[in-house]
Design a binder for this molecule. Structure first.
Ligand code: NAG
Ligand code: NAG
Ligand code: NAG
Ligand code: NAG
Ligand code: NAG
Length: 608
């Protein structure tokens, strides 16, 4: 580790660019300059990967491409924007080709001039000279040492080896080797982050030679997007998937429905969205959902759909009023966590038939693309069952057995479709419902909850709201009457403030306080973006770069190889740099520090 420390110290004095978020397991860099351009030759297991946009380098259409004739030219396979079509049958070759194409677009077209990372007005003096003879990166050799399987493209935690090695020699030869095509994608992302744009236009790195060996600490590295509180147009979901992949995050959990709206089209039950969407067109069709899955898989991201139930289900009252209890019940705080209230009737014989129909429609469309289905289960309010004609009490002695039956049947549907159920932690932890060993439990209530869940042997992902709820600290969204209530609620904080800054997100250790045995059961985590105050206008700045901070915790670990906590001094300059990269690629991430700090030469310039 000494050589690494010496190297990074050397870097600070030579240049301010740091490169690579999240930080690789091991990285050695030098200070030689290499340029990169259109002449780069890329191979994958010895075959040339065609990506050039220039017409003087025509690429043959290979046999897998026949079906894609007629695409807009910018999507043709040799262009930098290539989006492979296809699915549910995926091949590593197509996925790597798409990855190469995007990495080179990010390097050559969507790069940035790092003036914010050099001292004030010093860019021209610090960036490499254009007058000296230029050495180029001439080739990138990609080797995949293992074979992809169907599981590679819809993995359970642990199914995919995402590790990779990367080298870039001063002779201009680059290599990436990985076991899976997903690992190749991770390596390509790292490769793209080595490069910067010169103020006169060309693209360079000053970090050669480079030697990186890298692998993730956690298998489940995700983000929860809530598309029910506010509808998110598709392009926002695509853009978010791109950003996830740059951060080496690999799960997108879509909280698809809630009591506020039902945007998910279920052809077998069309009233659900026809009566439950916010407006005509604010829905996701089966084709949209398949496209989201496909887009994500091509970027090494698995989408997990959640239909939350039995709570957070009120909206179904608009289409199937007989199935819902307590729709819009008041005062809402007696019956649910936020308006409008409404839960599924727990003991209504029609409930089963409804879920059979719903799941028979949806799950076969999910199963080709994902290993998981999230069944929800948070914040079930027992008082709603006082109003439920099929239950008629809030007594847990009555409700819990009904809940157990409901969950057993529901999880059986998920398993029958070949998927693994996920639940929110209340199902086992608050309602004492017994669940299968296969079920992955999503915890949000904090460290003690994770300790207790893993102590009972549950597989867990963490979304600890004290650290990883990105919607917190934005102020109250409920209206408060003048008078006593006004005084009580002033200054109108929300329930989970303060804001979870990137520093707070970064300080969270998903395995804190656990025994080795318990820690093994923490598969990873998800940051949460509940959408009461989030829509497409502020989505990017809510998510980024704070999700990047969680991305580094999940990929690299809260602690380094020596077991020391990673520090803000190491993280802040890299994150500030990565934020510029995300901006250049079209994601409007928030600033990490003011320019005075990023131009300060080292991270101690702005410290407390
Ligand atoms: C990466 O390098 C390490 C150390 O040299 C080696 O053990 C590992 O097998 C390599 N992985 C791949 C995918 O080439
Ligand atoms: C259960 O319902 C009764 C009204 O029927 C209410 O008085 C009581 O507070 C409720 N229990 C809880 C735990 O909310
Ligand atoms: C679940 O079990 C715990 C511990 O035995 C108990 O405190 C709690 O009241 C139970 N919850 C329900 C809903 O029965
Ligand atoms: C490391 O970080 C954890 C929180 O993730 C904190 O509890 C602990 O005190 C820190 N250790 C040191 C030595 O600062
Ligand atoms: C960082 O900059 C300060 C002056 O602003 C200097 O005293 C310190 O030695 C520098 N640290 C490193 C690691 O270069």
């Amino acid at each position: 580790m000494l050589s690494k420390a010496v190297l990074s110290l050397l870097l600070l004095t030579v240049t301010s660019v740091q490169a690579i978020w999240p930080i690789p397991e091991t990285i050695e860099t030098g200070d030689s300059t290499l340029w990169i351009g259109e002449s780069l030759s890329v191979t994958y297991n010895g075959d040339k990967v065609c990506w050039f946009s220039a017409s003087e380098h025509p690429c043959p259409l290979d046999d897998t491409m026949d079906t894609n004739i007629g695409l807009p030219t910018w999507q043709l396979p040799w262009t930098r924007n290539y989006v492979p079509f296809g699915g549910p049958k995926f091949t590593g070759k197509e996925i790597v080709k798409g990855g190469v194409s995007r990495a080179l677009k990010n390097i050559l077209d969507d790069n940035f001039v790092p003036w914010k990372l050099y001292p004030r007005l010093a860019l021209e003096k610090t960036e490499p000279s254009l007058r000296k003879p230029k050495a180029y990166v001439s080739c990138l050799e990609i080797t995949q040492t293992g074979k992809d399987t169907a599981k590679t493209f819809k993995p359970l935690a642990g199914d995919v080896d995402e590790s990779y090695n990367l080298t870039l020699g001063t002779n201009g030869k680059a290599t990436i080797s990985a076991v899976s095509s997903t690992g190749v994608l991770r390596g390509l992302e790292t490769f793209s982050q080595l490069f910067f744009q010169h103020s006169q236009g060309p693209i360079y790195t000053t970090l050669a030679p480079v030697k990186i060996s890298d692998a993730p600490q956690y298998d489940h590295r995700g983000l929860l997007l809530d598309v029910s509180r506010n509808y998110l147009p598709l392009e926002n979901i695509y853009r978010t998937i791109d950003a996830l992949s740059w951060n080496k995050l690999n799960r997108l959990h879509i909280h698809a429905t809630d009591s506020q709206s039902w945007p998910l089209e279920i052809p077998a039950l069309p009233d659900l969205h026809q009566k439950g969407a916010y407006a005509q067109g604010m829905t996701y069709s089966p084709k949209d959902v398949a496209a989201i899955h496909t887009y994500a898989i091509q970027r090494g991201v698995e989408v997990i759909i959640e239909i939350d139930t039995p709570g957070h289900f009120g909206i179904v009252a608009l289409s199937y009023p007989d199935l819902i209890t307590g729709w819009g019940a008041t005062p809402w705080s007696t019956y649910c966590a936020e308006p409008p209230c409404g839960q599924i009737q727990l003991n209504n014989p029609k409930t089963d038939a409804f879920f059979d129909k719903l799941m028979d429609d949806l799950l076969p469309r999910v199963a080709p693309y994902s290993a998981y289905f999230h069944t929800g289960g948070d914040e079930v309010n027992f008082n709603e069952y006082n109003l439920d004609p099929t239950v008629g009490t809030n007594d847990s002695a009555v409700i819990v057995p009904l809940l157990q039956k409901f969950i057993d049947k529901h999880h059986a549907r998920v398993r029958k479709a070949g998927l693994v159920p996920m639940v929110w932690e209340e199902i086992p932890a608050s309602y004492n419902v017994t669940i299968g060993d296969d079920v992955v439990v999503q915890s949000w209530l904090g460290d003690a909850a994770i300790k207790s869940l893993t102590g009972q042997g549950h597989k867990v992902i963490t979304s600890n709201y004290n650290y990883w709820y990105l919607d917190c600290g934005r102020g109250q969204w409920l209206n408060i009457a003048e008078g006593e209530s006004f005084e009580e609620n002033w200054p109108f904080n929300d329930w989970c403030g303060p804001t979870k800054s990137w520093r707070l997100v970064y300080s969270y250790d998903p395995r804190a306080g656990l025994t080795d045995e318990e820690a093994e059961l923490v598969l990873g985590g998800e940051v949460g973006a509940w959408a009461e105050t989030i829509d497409e206008v502020n989505l990017d700045s809510i998510l980024w770069p704070r999700s990047s901070a969680a991305g580094e915790v999940l990929w690299s670990g809260r602690t380094d190889a020596a077991g020391e906590n990673r520090t803000q001094f190491d993280a802040a300059p890299r994150l500030a740099e990565f934020r510029e990269r995300m901006l250049a690629r079209g994601v409007r991430a928030d600033p990490v520090q003011m320019t005075f700090c990023t131009q300060g030469g080292n991270a101690t310039t702005c410290s407390l």
